[in-house]
Design a protein around this ligand. Structure first.
Ligand SMILES: [Zn+2]
Ligand SMILES: [Zn+2]
Length: 343
């Protein structure tokens, strides 16, 4: 069945190698996929055992044991599909034009948007007609709609965002072979983007919410905006302040309630930068008189024993301003530090 058996490249994905086998042997994607289905398992099967079967079948028919080491994003579909792109195929046209049209593993990661070797944005659509890049385009090395060669797709030079840079760094450190570390990194990326997007969204980045019609360039601008906040504490504190201010304008007078959407990033150390910035914001103490902070929120934020803290607030009403299970936000930092000394 296979006259030509190219060597697998350990930087490419299993999907990439499957496509290359079809191309090298002059099979259409469909014929080749059908053959694999009959002889082993469907190329897009999400069942882990079937995937293992497929990999060992490919390894056997090609005589290449390296196939077993190729990165396979489909093994994560049932458990972690948010971390990968499955519908669209992202590529760097410059890499494709000199790597024998292989798909590199880092391109499958949803929040990796840049090629570090060429300092450019990855692309997922044809630069002439806008057709989405599919496996068939990779197989024929050109746009299926207008025929533009993948190597002639336009590239846009961009500065890399934190998420794309981290993927590239971690992949070169070997993370593709460490399933747990890989998933830890990807879930960190996901929750960090989710948290910071609440702040960037306030800056008219509505696209993040409306995921349809959301180009890689929009996505990259968004990740750059998030990266800026992550790198600059003062910007981050101001963004949180502005977010809270927006909530106050909608009628909330409680800081905990204003920051309710951040609560899951504040209770544990998922996102130390946000936690620290909220504490600094409270430390500034620049809140209007009517803004308060609840005891529960403060206790969680500073890791205080709630009942003891409440008792303290009650016993020192004249300095703490304790009322309705809350204290004035402008006094909170001072009260917490006095409590910690008192304890
Ligand atoms: Zn490249
Ligand atoms: Zn096209």
């Amino acid at each position: 069945m296979l006259l030509t058996r190219p060597f697998p490249d350990l930087n490419e994905t299993l999907q990439s190698y499957v496509i290359r086998l079809a191309r090298a042997n002059h099979y259409s994607i469909e014929t080749w996929a059908q053959y694999l289905s009959q002889e082993s398992a469907p190329v897009r099967t999400k069942d882990l055992n079937s995937r293992k079967q497929l990999v060992s079948f490919l390894s056997r028919v090609t005589g290449m044991t390296e196939v077993e080491k190729l990165f396979d994003q489909w093994q994560f579909y049932n458990t972690d599909k948010n971390f990968f792109d499955y519908k669209a195929v992202k590529i760097c046209p410059l890499c494709i034009s000199n790597n024998g049209s292989k798909l590199y593993a880092p391109w499958t990661f949803r929040y990796n948007l840049c090629c570090q070797s060429h300092s450019c944005l990855l692309v997922d659509t044809c630069s002439t007609c806008g057709h989405m890049i599919s496996e068939r385009c990779i197989h024929s090395i050109k746009c299926q709609n207008c025929g533009l060669l993948l190597s002639e797709f336009k590239v846009q030079n961009v500065q890399s965002d934190i998420f794309s840079s981290r993927i590239s760094q971690k992949v070169s450190d070997g993370i593709l072979n460490e399933r747990e570390s890989l998933l830890d990194e990807l879930s960190w990326q996901y929750s960090t983007l989710e948290a910071f997007s609440l702040l960037v969204y306030e800056e008219n980045q509505a696209n993040w919410r409306n995921k349809r019609g959301y180009s890689l360039s929009d996505k990259h601008n968004h990740q750059i905006a998030v990266s800026r906040l992550m790198e600059n504490e003062e910007l981050l504190i101001n963004a949180i302040k502005k977010y809270a201010q927006g909530q106050f304008e909608k009628g909330t007078t409680d800081l905990g309630k204003a920051l309710m959407k951040f609560s899951k990033y504040l209770v544990d150390e998922v996102n130390p930068a946000i936690l620290l910035s909220v504490k600094k914001l409270i430390g500034w103490g620049k809140f209007d008189d009517q803004i308060s902070i609840g005891v529960i929120f403060l206790s969680k934020l500073y890791g205080l024993e709630q009942e003891n803290f409440k008792q303290y607030l009650q016993n020192h009403v004249s300095t703490t301003g304790f009322k309705n299970r809350a204290i004035p936000a402008s006094l909170a930092a001072k009260v917490v530090s006095e409590y910690l000394e008192f304890k």
